[in-house]
Design a protein around this ligand. Structure first.
Ligand code: NAP
Length: 255
């Protein structure tokens, strides 16, 4: 028996990176995992296969976020499949992980990239959660993936940092709104993690990797599993008394 046996989880952006590690960890803990993806259908199928190979249960759900009808598409796909995998409808754990990181100083940020970041990083989790509340069981969990960029000023991702600040305000306020139902709501803020989001400047660039590692008190770049393990704690019964918080999972960056 894992810590999440009998629970159902939805991980947005579960097809790659941090979301993939979260989906796999929750699956190992016994949750039935809905692995949401946008474009990477093959990657989502791989995650589902990996969870099943480990003895768990999972299925893929498609929806491009940040476009009209996104949330409806996602929940429709979830509702259509859940009873093939779990013995009841509904949800216990919602992980709002999917996100994009437009790069640019304030002078370089276009209205288009700003609006896209707002639509994917802020608007989609807000309305996904709103439409999910009737599915989420009392005693459930919501975990929103924020970023260390809300604590550390990184001028080249200023619009992104704003969207994650909004995610943290959402977390705080929602935790109060849902406390009466025993639902906890927390954010996890990763530092620099080796995922595709950072591939263009980090991978294969030793100097960039050294300076990214030096930001952390622990002296290395983060791995998706470093974040997934924190999410698994918050999602479990052990996390029951933590709500409305931002858990810094940056490996002590810029202390
Ligand atoms: P990643 O490797 O680029 O993966 C992003 C995931 O989000 C993919 O599964 C992708 O799905 C999904 N996604 C992105 N845009 C989408 C859209 N418009 N519609 C549907 N799905 C979409 O990113 P990551 O590094 O794992 O980041 C995950 C979360 O952690 C993000 O919220 C990010 O801001 C946050 N974070 C990351 C870091 C870091 O250093 N990596 C640091 C702090 C915070 P498809 O590929 O299927 O389209």
């Amino acid at each position: 028996m894992g810590t999440l046996t009998g629970r159902t989880a939805l991980v947005t952006g579960g097809s790659r990176g941090i979301g993939r590690a979260i989906a796999e960890r929750l699956g190992r803990e016994g949750a039935v995992v809905a692995v949401h993806y946008g474009r990477a259908a093959d990657a989502a199928d791989e995650v589902v296969a990996a969870i099943r190979a480990g003895g768990g249960s999972a299925f893929a759900v498609h929806a491009e976020l940040g476009v009209s009808g996104d949330v409806e598409t996602l929940w429709e796909g979830y509702d259509r499949q859940i009873l093939e995998h779990a013995d009841r409808a509904g949800l216990d754990i919602l992980v709002n992980n999917a996100g994009i990181t437009p790069r640019g100083e304030i002078e370089e940020t276009t209205a288009e990239s700003f609006d896209e970041a707002v639509a994917v990083n802020m608007r989609a989790p807000f309305f996904l959660t709103q439409q999910g509340l009737k599915r989420l069981r009392d005693g459930g969990r919501i975990v929103n993936i924020s970023s260390g960029a809300t604590r550390i000023a990184l001028t080249d991702i200023i619009a992104y940092a704003m969207t994650k600040g909004a995610v943290e305000a959402f977390t705080l306020t929602l935790a109060k709104a849902l406390g009466g139902r025993g639902i906890t709501v927390n954010s996890v803020a990763p530092g620099i993690v080796d995922t595709d989001i950072n591939a263009s400047w980090l991978r294969g660039n030793e100097a960039a990797e050294r300076s990214a590692a030096a930001l952390s008190a622990l002296g290395r770049v983060g791995r998706p599993e470093d974040v997934a393990d924190v999410v698994a704690f918050l999602a479990s019964d052990d996390g029951r008394w933590v709500t409305g918080q931002v858990v810094d999972a940056t490996g002590g960056s810029q202390l």
